[in-house]
Write a protein that binds this ligand. Structure first.
Ligand code: PBG
Length: 324
């Protein structure tokens, strides 16, 4: 009789036949930073913190010491600095460039990734510039936005970012950022493109963390329709062609089929982002012991890796690295 259970009979044999293993080196740890001296708990994401630059450097150092190779930083920008042209996004003495410099000075081997998009800086809360069109409708304009994104990427590169990560979903931005970086001598700065970023309700808690929710409208004219998968392949082929070094699927858990399909159609490393809503659901369900937090976290991350992600962005990175 054929007995598949023989391969499950002991921890030793299960370890031998295990197809997917998590490692701290799989993770990118997303961290929030603000321009204040104190660290602040984030109400919409229990267990997460808006760090001062000092706190950020310390938290990043602890994560790095656990074997996590990279962090990505998200800034909470003070309300008075938000404008409809998002000029603060490319201020060389702004919060993000200062954070990058502090991180690289303290932890030279840590890979520092920055988010390239306008929503934290934009008075309108959109990832792109909002303009009125001929029909007096508000529109998120593509090509003007891309010019600002290039300036933003450049200012992050000048401060010492290792990877810039456009999360805005404007067309043509990867090629434009690549050309800009190359022409300014930053040919070694990498691009991790948010390639298949869906218009997802799972980003709600993150927008609470940064107070960056759109003031009007939604993000459906630039982020992808959750109902589509062929479009993810199209976006990934384009980003690869435009010079992305790595591509991303986001969110992760509800989009495992997309991760698997993109993995099949690109030769680039594929990252997946376990986003704030996925984080919050696990946190909320384990708070009163309804689910076992540690097991659920490791299972959810294993599922994302098994689907084909080479890299996982997760707010649980530090916890998971400690447990693995
Ligand atoms: C914005 C950005 C978002 C996230 C990362 N970058 C939110 C959005 O697109 O509205 C979401 C991350 C998360 O929910 O954890 N460019």
């Amino acid at each position: 009789m054929i007995r598949p259970r023989r391969n499950r009979k002991s921890p030793a044999i299960r370890a031998l036949v295990r197809e997917t293993t998590l490692s701290a080196s799989d993770f990118i740890y997303p961290l929030f930073v603000h321009d204040k001296e104190v660290d602040e708990a984030i109400d919409s994401m229990p267990g997460c913190t808006r760090w001062s630059i000092h706190g950020l450097v310390q938290e990043a150092g602890e994560a790095h010491a656990l074997g996590i190779p990279a962090i990505v930083i998200f800034p909470a920008i003070a309300e008075p600095l938000k404008t409809s042209d998002a000029e603060e996004s490319y201020n060389d003495t702004g919060l993000v460039p200062r954070a990058i410099k502090a991180l690289k000075a303290a932890h030279p081997t840590l890979c520092v990734i920055t988010d390239v998009a306008l929503d934290p800086y934009n008075a309108d809360g959109h990832d792109g510039l909002v303009r009125e069109n001929d029909k007096e409708e508000l529109e998120i304009v593509n090509d003007e936005t891309v010019e600002v994104l290039c300036q933003q990427a450049l200012s992050h590169a000048r401060a010492g970012a290792d990877i810039v990560s456009p999360s805005d979903m404007m067309d043509g931005r990867v090629e434009a950022i690549r050309t800009t970086l190359d022409s300014e001598g930053f040919q070694d700065v990498s691009i991790l493109a948010y390639t298949a970023k869906y218009a997802s309700a799972f980003y709600g808690p993150f927008r609470g963390a940064l107070e960056s929710a759109p003031k009007a409208g939604d993000k459906k004219t630039y982020q992808m329709d959750p109902a589509n998968s062929r479009e993810a392949i199209r976006e990934s082929l384009l980003d690869e062609d435009e010079g992305a070094d790595m591509i991303m699927v986001k969110p992760a858990g509800p989009y495992l089929d997309i991760i698997a399909q993109v993995r099949e159609t690109t030769t680039l490393p594929v990252a997946a982002y376990q986003v704030s809503g996925e984080y919050l659901m696990i946190k909320a369900a384990s708070q009163d012991g309804w689910l076992d937090e540690k097991s659920i976290i490791l299972e959810s991350l294993t599922g994302i890796k098994r689907a084909g992600a080479d890299i996982i962005l997760t707010y649980f990175a530090k916890d998971a690295a400690q447990w693995i």
